[in-house]
Design a protein around this ligand. Structure first.
Ligand SMILES: Cc1ncc(COP(=O)(O)O)c(C=O)c1O
Length: 391
């Protein structure tokens, strides 16, 4: 049986996959089982932040595998301690809970926010409502699906976790009308990723923070896709001039090894105390070893400036391209709108694949999340393929 036949036989058909079997990768080039090469403008949905098999990253991960691959969270590991210190230094947050995915990081954030209100205001206050935005995406578990403000993901799975209320993104009046004494948190993405690469308006984000401060409501910024340097700063929220009480990270944090993290500021760092949360694999040393290298790279001189510059370069070239109506997003998280409204992002995505370029879609847009380490030469090669297809 071929690889694809085995998949079809034994793996639940939850994904729409392309008929390509990926075998290996180096820097920003993936290679399939037939030896065909692809320039990577998707980085495994923003996950391989340092590209494929970065040598320093691979050495650290392999060394960790050979020293100790896992201990339960009944014990301490140096790798996790080092990572926590680095992440706190990079972001300015006080304490972290490590999990394995974006959904898990968001589950942790939601539990933390509910417990903060419970501890402070008591059960009878019923401060359990969570405001999220229409068109948001927060994960696929039942709780994070409840948080996700897109009906398309809601079919089949009722009843949902209670207490989630959606506000229209950038609609300040809607936000004001739904914030009341029952709300414990407002959760948002600075740039809605799966929702179509839509950055929030600065005024709307500022209003969230103003209203939340007035009512002691915690702010959660889901930086699963926007975080870890993706937008040219460690966190996208920095560019909005705000510091959420809680930030969630995943995707690029460990350079392609499963990891999620929930970061809390001084106000709520100790809310999740002993016995209130946990995860068998959370903070696994192999993932931490990978994440330590990613953190070191983000902290290294000029790295984030380069991400910003490459993001601007990409945006400039794309904006000038025939067939492109406009480019949305921040840094190296970009969504391309087509002039020809008949053009389907999924068709262009498939054509790119056929021509040796890996890209993503987000709603009606083509989405680019290249590895943060991509070279200008590879950017140009990828853009040339795209230009040929969008003409
Ligand atoms: C903003 C955001 N939050 C949460 C998630 C869920 O992450 P995961 O698939 O790792 O659970 C995603 C995934 O695309 C995301 O983009």
């Amino acid at each position: 049986m071929s690889t694809i036949e085995k998949f079809n036989e034994h793996i639940m058909p939850t994904y729409g996959r392309f008929d390509v079997v990926m075998e290996k990768g180096e820097h920003e080039t993936a290679v399939d089982e037939n030896g065909k090469e692809y320039i990577d403008f998707g980085s495994g949905i923003g996950t391989n932040s340092l590209g494929f098999c970065d040598s320093e990253w691979a050495d650290a991960v392999c060394a960790q595998v050979r020293s100790i691959q896992h201990t339960s969270n009944y014990y301490y590991t140096k790798t996790q301690a080092d990572l926590a210190e680095k992440l706190c230094n990079l972001t300015g947050y006080k304490k972290i809970f490590f999990g394995n995915s974006g959904a898990e990081a968001n589950e942790c954030a939601i539990k933390l926010a509910r417990k903060y209100s419970f501890d402070k205001y008591g059960k009878d206050a019923e401060r359990f409502k969570i405001i999220t935005l229409v068109n948001s995406f927060h994960g696929r578990t039942l709780c994070t699906l409840s948080a996700t403000g897109q009906d398309v993901f809601h079919n089949y799975f009722f009843p949902f976790v209670d207490g989630f209320v959606n506000v229209t993104a950038n609609d300040i009046d809607d936000l004001r009308s739904k914030i009341d004494d029952k709300v414990c948190t407002v959760m948002f993405e600075c740039v809605q990723g799966e929702g179509g690469v839509n950055p929030l308006d600065k005024a709307f984000v500022e209003e969230i923070f103003k209203l939340c401060a007035e009512k002691d409501i915690l702010t959660i910024c889901d930086e699963v896709q926007t975080g870890m340097g993706r937008t040219g700063t460690v966190l996208a929220s920095e560019q909005y001039g705000v510091k959420p009480d809680i930030v969630t990270l995943a995707k690029g944090i460990a350079g392609g090894i499963p990891m999620g993290a929930c970061l809390a500021n001084e106000k709520c760092a100790d809310v999740l105390n002993k016995g209130t949360h946990g995860s068998t694999f959370g903070g696994n040393p192999i993932a931490c070893a990978g994440a330590n290298v990613v953190c070191d790279r983000l902290a290294s001189d000029g790295f984030l400036d380069e991400v910003k510059k490459k993001g601007e370069y990409l945006r400039e070239k794309l904006t000038a391209m025939d067939g492109v109506e406009g480019v949305d997003g921040m840094g190296m998280m970009l969504g391309i709108r087509f002039t020809d409204k008949e053009k389907k992002a999924a068709d262009i995505c498939k054509a790119c694949l056929d021509n040796g370029l890996l890209v993503l879609t987000a709603k009606e847009k083509l989405r680019l999340l290249p590895p943060l380490t991509i070279t200008y030469e590879e950017i140009d090669r990828g853009l040339a393929i795209l230009a040929g297809l969008l003409k």
